[in-house]
Design a protein around this ligand. Sequence first.
Ligand SMILES: [Zn+2]
Length: 378
Amino acid sequence: MQSESGGSSWPGQVTLRRLADGREIRYYDDRVTESRVHAAADTRPLPEPPHAGELRFDVLTGEWVTVAGHRMNRTFLPSAADCPLDPTRDPARPTEVPDGDYDVVVFANRFPSYAPDVVGPADAGHPEVLGPPDRPAVGHCDVIVFSSDHAASIVDLSAARLRTIVEAWAQRTAELSADPAVAEVFVFENHGEEIGVTLSHPHGQVYAYPFLPPRSAQLIERARRYRQATGGNLLRDVLTAELEDGRRVVLRGEHFSAYVPRAARWPVEVHLAPHRDVPDLAALDDAERAELGGLYQELLRRVNRFHPGIEHVPYISGWHQAPTGGDRELGRLHLQLFSLLRAPGKLKYLAGSESGMGAWVNDTTPERIADRLREVGA
Ligand SMILES: [Zn+2]
């Protein structure tokens, strides 16, 4: 049940266990420690985890919409004493993590948007001429907890911990990509109550989708056309052009650089991309994994300092990875990090133009965003 890091230079260990309802839980320890066996059993009388909901095809946009009605009942902003992501310190108050301590832990979401178990065929729904029939929303949703300390913040975690987080991202990407039902693995973090985060404990998520999400489908189509027209890789050539231009470059590392995209949509937005062509986090080598955690923390610190007078800026950050099947060569790993906060206390609402028409209006310029992200650097 326990495995060390194999060929990677990550000094940690992974232990796989199961929760009372059969869901998998993986403990990622920063260091190999024989005594940390994480053997505590989950004693809760849990019901079976929900089976997959359904995917309905929107014939007006050609996009799949996931219908997961069971998520209505999920835990919403529990008090710190009832946090389900804490370790189980008191057997009378069990949490989602049976052990009394952990470094990083990953488990299947109890209220998943996509689930591996399918019950019966989905309803055909509408005449075939209007598009493909409904499909089960088969896939995986992981919760990844960055620290056992409820009050910790990712920007303050140690370099060793960030290395473990990167390792968990990479390993879960590889493991979930091996499921033939999975089309793309999205590693992401929602941060801040302002954007609807239901748990304040430092954590992220991994969604393994059974279809290419709309943003990815658009990107792959753009990359395909670009390749046909020029023979080049769109995402690599965008990075090269930004580095040559320099006006929007925020950070230059040895293996990664960060820049504000030329057509940024959000009041704060920055992308982080590897210098080497890699499809996903699992393909990063040791040197890249070692550098990544520190750069990610530095970007988050700068986002937090973006608006004078406030300490924590809500953000969404997501790793866009290549499709696991066809068109894999058109994808290229990169992070898209953005905030909806335009000024202290003022969120950018996705109102008529953005929500209704998908036509974005940015009230600042990408060059100004980049200037500010450089200015607040260490
Ligand atoms: Zn907590």
